[in-house]
Design a protein around this ligand. Structure first.
Ligand code: ADP
Ligand code: ZN
Length: 290
């Protein structure tokens, strides 16, 4: 039996399941302070005989196994979690192999193996929620370099009528600063869920996301693009992306039928936790090989 944690800024989802990503039991725990949240996480898993654990975490996180800070959440605005090592906390409680990656990388893996990109060797998973982040599977592997990619913070061209200054504490008007949930709320003065009928909100949202997707397509050429996160519950954003993307591409890259190429997660809200189970399986497979 494998254990999986999807560590989010508002809640932790913990699950146990098998190597194909099938979930057998799960629990949700609010994200408060590490001591409290992790005590509940550990007591959930103590009920089971685990072979390995996979963790997909909010970040930024240190995912470089060579680094001293490996397993830590690093520059998060959630101060209680800054420089906290989830991996170390789990290692202290369970002596099993532990896989660790970002929440979006876990979701990308889940979708590649069991979801909308099943059977494909490449895909991109993007979440548009409290922040914007993306994970990429390339040739069957999660893309990783110096650290994990941070595709949510790329720069986009402003809409000529958009005077909003942007909300990213680091870059102001990067993609996340202009298009994540909190930016929508700040620009229009109401939460996304209360702006459902305001067509210009979702048109502008698609205008920015389409630009980001165009850049990801040019750089990574993924076989499938999956868009998750709270904001993407507004299906109007997909329509707006389908409208703007071909204009940006202008016939240069031959794009597949957009409604099949740019899609919602096949696993729904379970992409991340399923991917975390798969991270556990990978950690186990690595450990028996070495
Ligand atoms: P998180 O990113 O914290 O994991 P979510 O993916 O649910 O959580 O994203 C939360 C953000 O998405 C909030 O800014 C919220 O206003 C926005 N959001 C959530 N549901 C909807 C919806 N149905 N329509 C529009 N915006 C939404
Ligand atoms: Zn930014």
């Amino acid at each position: 039996m494998y254990g999986a944690i999807e560590a989010g800024g508002t809640k932790f989802v913990c699950a146990v399941g098998n190597e194909s990503g099938k979930i057998m039991d799960r629990i949700k725990i609010p994200t408060t302070v590490p001591e409290e949240t992790m005590a509940e996480v550990i007591s959930f898993f103590k009920k089971y005989e685990l072979t390995a654990i996979g963790i997909g975490s909010f970040g930024p996180v240190d995912v470089n196994p060579e680094s001293e800070a490996y397993g830590m959440i690093t520059s998060t605005p959630k101060l209680a979690w800054r420089n906290y090592s989830i991996v170390q906390a789990m290692k202290d409680a369970f002596s099993v192999p532990i896989g660790f990656n970002t929440d979006v990388n876990a979701a990308a893996l889940g979708e590649a193996v069991n979801g909308a990109a099943k059977g494909l060797e490449s895909c991109l998973y993007i979440t548009v929620g409290t922040g914007i982040g993306a994970g990429a599977v390339v040739q069957g592997q999660l893309l990783q370099g110096l650290s994990h990619p941070e595709m949510g913070h790329i720069l986009v061209r402003r809409h000529p009528q958009d005077g909003y200054q942007g909300k990213c504490p680091y870059h102001g008007d990067c993609l996340e600063g202009l298009a994540a949930g909190p930016a929508i709320e700040d620009r229009w003065g109401r939460k996304g869920i209360d702006l459902v009928d305001q067509q210009e909100v979702w048109d502008l949202e698609g205008y920015y996301i389409a630009q980001a997707l165009m850049q990801y397509i040019l750089i990574l050429s993924p076989k499938k693009i999956i868009l998750g996160g709270g904001v993407m519950h507004q299906k109007q954003v997909l329509s707006s992306i389908y409208k703007y993307l071909p204009k940006l591409d202008n016939g240069y890259v031959t794009l597949p039928e957009l409604s099949e190429y740019i899609v919602s997660p096949g696993l729904g809200d379970d992409a991340g936790i399923t991917g975390s189970l798969l991270l556990a399986h990978q950690a186990y497979a690595d450990a028996i090989q070495h």
